[in-house]
Design a protein. Structure first.
Length: 527
């Protein structure tokens, strides 16, 4: 595997990858044009915040399988383009949480105690003790916007300083917040009640300009704003006006709307603003941690193991992944079989329903759903994989429904229903250890391992039909390696037949087979 690293990472990260036999190239400081010309030969890319992985870069990355972001934020990576092209994007959400939380605390103390200003005053030969009167943190209210990994660490440290901690995060439960004595409140209440507001959310359409002129107008007079998350969450123009007018006592910024910021940024001319150049994760420990995290994700991918911190794939524990692995293979085979039976190249699939029964019902089974969709669509969508399968299905207007249920016959069972609006195919299957089997197709009970070349047909349940099929295939030198016949309703009904053959039949053979007396239809599928 060839790995390209375009932002500085510790040498330990490079050595970790090389110890696995990877061909690693470190090429930092390159622009988009050079990256576009360089990336086609690489299987993996590691970046920090400096490299912009644009759609143009991704479209040029013909062999790229994974982008590792050595850090938390992925706003420098076009996630939609990566997903569309089947490229995994993985980050390191926990690796720099403590470093960023500690930097947040350092900025809070710096701005409320006016430490940078006092330091400069002393070094310039002045002794201005009365000028730099600060504020205690004890008993003050700090509002934490975003109680994820970093926000959680900030809240814990604020509690240790005897602060009153409130937080806004619609994705965090009350129980999680109560573990560290934090009260969850609506955003509007947090803004009104806080003496200090600190931001710890990703930059998205929803969070851009979250703290704008209107929000600042409802803050306490003399409050402080801290941003160690992403530039643009706090509107810089509105912040400048509030600081200049005295509405706010101060602000501490580690991130900016444009990085590096313009040296003439008006915020830099204010005495009550403390700034650092995006240093939240800049500790030796954090750099090694986030770098090793993404390196290990690349190693895991190369070994077929789950990627724990994938941004565009579900997160699954190793033990759970090992259990569902055979079901991924089963689901993909079922998708292929459904595609052949429905002839999806000619008619669009409208709905897919997948039901997980037994032990599977309590697991994260999205990988299985993606595998089914991959098998279903792979003959009409080039290069589809587990990353792109679900988005591609949604783009095509396929209604994908997942359900769970109990079962008594097997430890786990997978039930699949695929419809094109006129016809509907139903299947069921299960796994015994690593062996996967399809146990039902529509109303027919079957039991077979879906591997190899299969001719699947429906025929009238009457003497001579199967014999005529055997004779036809023999005439074309096609050997039958196995046969499964599903019967429903007895003599005079309709039978389902699956013939395992050594060689794939041509379209002419299938057309001639369908002309045989008693044959209703016949399709070929490689499973």
């Amino acid at each position: 595997m060839k790995v390209l690293i375009t932002d500085p990472v510790p040498e330990e990260v490079v050595e970790r990858l090389r110890s696995e036999g990877f061909d690693v190239t470190v090429k930092t400081g390159i622009g988009e044009d050079e990256l576009v010309s360089t990336i086609p030969e690489y299987d993996a890319l590691i970046v920090r915040s400096g490299t912009k992985v644009t759609r143009r870069v991704i479209e040029a990355a013909k062999n790229l399988k994974i982008i590792g972001r050595a850090g938390v934020g992925v706003d420098n990576i076009d996630i939609a383009a990566a997903t569309q092209h089947g490229i995994v994007v993985a980050n390191a959400p926990g690796g720099n949480s403590v470093s960023t939380a500690e930097h947040t605390l350092a900025l809070i103390l710096s701005v409320v105690r006016k430490i940078p200003q006092a330091d400069r005053s002393v070094k310039e030969g002045r002794w201005e003790r009365k000028k730099f009167i600060g504020m205690e943190l004890r008993d003050k209210t700090i509002g934490v916007i975003g109680l994820g990994k970093v926000g959680y660490e900030v809240a814990k440290r604020a509690k240790a300083l005897e602060m009153n901690v409130i937080a806004y995060d619609p994705y965090i439960s009350e129980d999680r917040a109560k573990q560290i004595g934090v009260k969850l409140v609506p955003l509007e209440e947090l803004i009104k009640q806080s003496d200090i507001i600190t931001v710890h959310v990703p930059k998205t359409k929803e969070t851009e300009n979250l703290i704008d002129e209107k929000a600042i107008s409802t803050m306490k007079d003399g409050a402080y704003i801290i941003n160690c998350a992403r530039g643009g969450i706090v509107n810089e123009k509105a912040l400048y006006e509030a600081l200049k007018s005295g509405k706010l006592a101060g602000a501490a910024l580690d991130v900016y709307e444009k990085e590096p910021p313009d040296p003439d940024n008006p915020l830099f001319k204010l005495e009550n603003v403390v700034t650092t150049p995006h240093l939240g994760a800049s500790t030796k420990e954090a750099q090694i941690s986030v770098g090793m995290t993404v390196a290990n994700e690349i190693v895991n991918m190369s070994k077929g193991l789950p990627i724990k911190n994938a941004v565009n794939l579900p997160s699954v524990e190793v033990s759970e992944y090992e259990y569902i692995m055979p079901y991924l293979k089963l689901a993909e085979k079922m998708g292929k079989l459904a595609a052949a039976r429905l002839q999806v190249a000619k008619r669009a699939v409208e709905k897919v329903r997948i039901t997980f029964r037994g032990k599977l019902s309590g697991m994260n089974t999205e990988y299985i759903t993606r595998a089914l969709l991959k098998g279903l669509l792979q003959n009409i969508v080039s290069n589809i994989n587990l990353v792109s399968a679900l988005p591609v299905a949604k783009e095509r207007g396929i209604d994908v429904e997942q359900a769970t249920g109990d079962i008594s016959s097997y430890e786990s069972m997978l039930e699949v229903e695929v419809s094109d609006g006129e016809r509907c195919i139903n299947m069921a299957g299960t796994c015994f250890g690593s062996e996967y089997r399809i146990t039902k197709i529509d109303k027919y009970k079957v039991d077979f391992v879906p591997e190899g070349h299969y001719i699947v047909s429906l025929h009238e349940d009457k003497p001579g039909v199967i014999g005529r099929v055997g004779t036809l295939l023999g005439n074309y030198n096609i050997n039958i390696a196995g046969m499964i016949v599903g019967r429903y309703g007895g003599r005079g009904g309709i039978q389902l037949m699956l013939l395992l053959v050594d060689d794939p039949p041509t379209d002419d053979v299938l057309a001639e087979m369908e002309k045989l007396d008693g044959i209703i239809d016949a399709v070929y599928v490689y499973l």
